[in-house]
Design a protein around this ligand. Structure first.
Ligand SMILES: [Zn+2]
Length: 167
């Protein structure tokens, strides 16, 4: 489901000629997270993180070929999948993903804002393409995502201040 989401991300970017602010492969991974976290649940992100972690272990030390790929380095993708999932509901995933050590404590504080930005980004990119039947729900989701992005951006600024003042 996650890989299908990734390929669907490519299809949407190319068919709708979406304006990209980053690399296409990153955006395709982002769509897989956006779609599966919102519509399916945690399963696909967790399965993808386990699969990519396994692939990264087989690949071993990153090579020049791996670093220069249009895809992010494999191990980094696994952490990105976990970060978006954790950020979508930090209370729910704190124990199982952060306290357990699967998502490092250095990355976790950034994830709620990263998720809010991704969620708002995709809802906004897709908004002009909503079907008539979906428009009311889609517009509402986009508005909700906008409010969440503002709140999470403010919360992140506070969290960074707290981290800095505790050092
Ligand atoms: Zn791809």
């Amino acid at each position: 489901e996650f890989i299908f989401g990734h390929e669907m991300g490519h299809a949407l970017q190319r068919q709708l000629l979406l304006a990209n602010l980053g690399l296409e492969e990153d955006a395709a991974d982002g769509f897989a997270s956006f779609y599966t976290v919102n519509e399916v649940g945690p399963g696909p992100s967790l399965a993808a993180a386990i699969l990519f972690d396994e692939i990264a272990r087989k690949e071993g030390v990153p090579t020049l070929e791996g670093m220069s790929s249009d895809h992010p380095v494999t191990q980094q993708r696994a952490f990105n999948f976990l970060c978006y999932l954790e950020g979508s509901d930090p209370k729910k995933y704190q124990q199982s993903l952060v306290d357990s050590g699967y998502l490092p404590k250095t990355r976790a504080p950034l994830c709620p804002q990263a998720w809010a930005m991704l969620d708002y980004g995709w809802w906004t990119q897709l908004q002009p393409h909503f079907s008539a039947a979906f428009r009311a729900r889609g517009d509402q989701e986009q508005k909700k995502a906008h409010a969440r992005l503002i709140a999470e951006t403010e919360a992140l600024a506070k969290r960074i201040d707290e981290i800095r003042s505790s050092q």
